[in-house]
Design a protein around this ligand. Structure first.
Ligand code: NAP
Length: 249
């Protein structure tokens, strides 16, 4: 336990829906003030309202994380407004699936920009306020695709695998500053991202999952909330896979 008294500030990307909205609710329920980041301002406001209705504290901040200057500006403005930034959760992510032989330069570059480059930009910007506060928690969203590969996702798998090496490096660089960095790697979770997949693909995923079902966003959020908690201070540089056992078979 800590003697922390001031409310900690959490910056969460992709918080307008899916896993990110669940993470925001779980982290707010732990008493953090959550800054909800995504492009769709209306959807962010809906999440903010539901957090407020539950007694939590939230603000929304519309931002395209593919725009480096906008993302850096958003993090700097939050750190300035609250005079601190304690928790960074890089959750926003996209897919542009295609078999490698047909994959375009644009499909590759777009996925790398949103899933990897934004993580680099956000972490670099957040480290200074975390160091000033002598405390920090970074959680980056990976994927089982980045751990074991997945046909049609060379771009996505590359971005998520890179996030693992990147995060382990931050864990080592920042350990002396009391900043932890970890990855949560989901399996197949029911969100807009997987909703577009054909029923046959979803069935195949369930067949390859020992728990024989897709996961729910709140099941990922619980893992992220733990890793951002006061009690997770001795956990760093880890990949917590939450996949119904998929990667154990
Ligand atoms: P989702 O339902 O598609 O939601 C994606 C979120 O990211 C939305 O809030 C979206 O908001 C935001 N976003 C996308 N591009 C953005 C941009 N350029 N700037 C700002 N925000 C942006 O995805 P999800 O399933 O919740 O996935 C969340 C994370 O988990 C991702 O990193 C994903 O790769 C990872 N993951 C998901 C699964 C799964 O099965 N669902 C499995 C493994 C890993 P706006 O559209 O409003 O901008």
């Amino acid at each position: 336990m800590s003697d922390q008294t001031e409310q900690r500030i959490a910056f969460i990307t992709g918080a307008s829906r899916g896993i990110g909205a669940s993470i925001a609710k779980a982290v707010a329920a732990q008493g953090r003030h959550v800054v909800l980041v995504a492009r769709n301002a209306d959807k962010l406001d809906e999440v903010k309202q539901s957090i407020s209705d539950a007694g939590g504290s939230a603000q929304s901040l519309a931002c395209d994380i593919g725009d480096q200057a906008a993302l850096e500006g958003a993090i700097e403005s939050v750190a300035k407004e609250h005079k601190r930034l304690d928790i960074l959760i890089n959750n926003a992510g996209i897919t542009r699936d295609n078999l490698l032989l047909r994959m375009t330069d644009e499909e590759f570059d777009e996925v790398i920009a949103v899933n990897l480059r934004s993580v680099f930009v956000a972490c670099r910007a957040a480290l200074r306020p975390m160091m000033r506060g002598k405390w920090g928690r970074i959680v980056n969203l990976g994927s089982v695709s980045g751990l074991v590969g997945n046909p049609g996702q060379a771009n996505y798998a590359a971005s998520k695998a890179a996030v693992v090496g990147f995060t382990k490096t931050i864990a080592k660089e920042m350990a002396a500053k009391n900043v932890t960095a970890n990855v949560v790697a989901p399996g197949f979770i029911e969100t807009d991202m997987t909703d577009v997949l054909p029923e046959s693909v979803k069935q195949l995923a369930k067949d390859h999952t020992p728990l024989k079902r897709m996961g729910q966003p709140h099941e990922i959020a619980a893992a992220v909330a733990f890793l951002t908690s006061e009690d997770a201070g001795y956990v760093t540089g880890q990949v917590l896979t939450v996949d119904g056992g998929m990667t154990t078979v």
